[in-house]
Design a protein around this ligand. Structure first.
Ligand code: SAH
Ligand code: SF4
Ligand code: F3S
Length: 443
């Protein structure tokens, strides 16, 4: 049996895509390899969001080429493929810098993998590239998504029309498209039938979802959440990532009414300065963001928020940065991701004047992260002594240990047998650090 190995970089959408790619390969008769060394087909699923992420692909490709040569010395042939967002942006560079790559497919064309694999034999050493934004939806060509995991991702929306001035996603994932309601529900039911108890609905701008129902009527994310809520056996629902300006009252009501919806929301703010938000082309001010948070808290006082921040956007002054710290203090995020602004070729911000020096970016990031981590640690510490329901998703680093997630997406380790894998278990939290909790099964 031929074997594949897929390495995934980037966001949850890429994790989801890798699963779907694996299902295409399984249909072609491939099995999963435990390491690239024993794989006949090695695929990198790539991320282009920041320079570091994109450059990592080329260093990884160098290592994979070495593996290919080692295998060749043993008479084994290896096919190398690159998929994902870097391909969409840098297909020519891949073919030039890593000519040994057999194929390169964008995030919207991986359903064509069977044809592409067939073509490689005929391509005489050329890299087969497909970075079209196709008219068809890849989802119509993929095998039904099934999973025996307790927690599953489900992509409902892809692409982005927001064009934040720093961001490559509208160029790599294309314009916003939503999958039809019935197609999403069918996938959700199949996942639950396979054993999934938690579904995380994915989209680059998930709350602008506007898929059509069976009658051809456009429906919102709120409508979809209510429908998914009706699936028996499903216990937890999440959705990510939301755009603050697209949080509707109807969506806020979901946090009031849908018990399965977890009390945790990732809502990226990027900056607390209105001047910077405007230069970023974000369609919200910091005041509007805070209002949205207040309305959500009124709907569900138990909600915890997480966010994304960029420091050192072109033109960001000390006062602008201070405004970001201020919003952090007002909201008290329970988790957050923060990044130094990375200049991405082809985006408007790359050409803006007043690019910020690296050492200033670094200093600001350190200050912001200290503040964010202090809230995160406090929140985690407050959990100690409480009993929380944890969905155990994987084995821990030590034997006899499982790792899972609390409703607030905190990682929790516990000494537990593998029979509790993919189950929700009540756990008493015994210890907390900034990044994880430990606990013991209750009862
Ligand atoms: N669609 C989501 C996430 C996009 S990418 C959203 O709109 O929130 C995830 C995060 O990466 C972004 O929220 C942003 O904080 C960060 N990011 C995107 N482009 C970046 C860049 N050029 N430099 C640094 N961080 C960036
Ligand atoms: Fe990028 Fe902005 Fe779209 Fe998020 S909303 S994917 S940051 S363009
Ligand atoms: Fe990266 Fe593409 Fe996701 S650029 S963050 S993998 S949408």
């Amino acid at each position: 049996m031929k074997k594949y190995f897929i390495k995934t970089f980037g966001c949850q959408m890429n994790v989801y895509d890798s699963r779907r790619i694996a299902s295409v390969l399984q249909r072609l008769g491939f099995g999963e390899a435990s390491s690239p060394r024993n794989a006949d087909l090695i695929i990198l699923n790539t991320c282009h969001i920041r320079e570091k992420a994109a450059e990592k692909v080329f260093s990884d490709l160098g290592r994979i080429e070495q593996i290919r040569q080692e295998r060749a010395a043993e008479g084994l042939s290896t096919t190398i493929g690159v998929v994902g967002c870097v391909v969409q942006a840098e297909d020519e560079q891949i073919a030039k810098r890593a000519p040994y790559v057999d194929f390169a497919l964008g995030p919207l064309t991986y359903h064509r993998l069977p044809e592409v694999l067939a073509k490689i034999g005929r391509a005489k050493g050329e890299t087969v590239i497909d970075t079209e934004f196709p008219a068809e939806s890849k989802f119509d060509f993929l095998p039904q998504n099934t999973s025996s995991d307790g927690c599953s991702y489900l992509a409902i929306q892809e692409g982005c029309d927001n064009f934040c001035t720093y961001c490559v996603v509208p160029y790599t994932r294309g314009i916003e498209t939503s999958r039809p309601v019935e197609e999403v529900l069918k996938e959700a039911r199949a996942l639950v039938a396979g054993g999934t108890v938690e579904i995380n609905l994915l989209g680059q701008n998930v709350n602008s979802y506007h898929g059509t129902d069976a009658a051809g009527k456009e429906r919102s994310l709120a409508y979809l959440l209510n429908k998914i809520n009706e699936i028996d056996g499903l216990q937890r629902i999440r959705y990510t990532t939301s755009y603050p300006a697209d949080v509707t009252d109807e969506l806020i009501d979901c946090h009031r009414n849908i018990k399965k919806l977890m009390p945790y929301l990732h809502l990226p703010l990027q900056s607390g300065s209105d001047k910077v938000l405007k230069a970023m082309n974000r369609r919200h001010t910091s005041g509007q963001y805070l209002e949205t948070i207040a309305k959500l808290r009124e709907a569900n006082p138990l909600l915890g928020f997480s966010s994304d921040f960029i420091v050192g956007f072109p033109g960001e002054t000390d006062a602008d940065f201070e405004a970001t710290l201020n919003v952090v203090r007002q909201v008290g995020f329970i988790q957050a991701f923060s990044f130094k602004y990375s200049r991405r070729a082809g985006t408007p911000a790359a050409l803006m004047p007043n690019q910020i020096e690296e050492k200033v970016k670094k200093r600001r990031l350190d200050i912001l992260q200290d503040l964010l981590f202090s809230y995160q640690l406090n929140f985690n510490k407050e959990t100690v002594g409480k009993i929380v329901p944890v969905l155990f998703e994987s084995r821990g680093r030590h034997a006899g240990q499982l790792v899972g997630r609390t409703p607030y997406m905190q990682n929790l380790h516990a000494e537990l047998g593998k029979e509790f894998l993919n189950k929700i278990v009540n756990v008493r939290v015994t210890e907390a650090t900034t990044n994880s909790l430990s606990g013991q099964k209750e009862g």
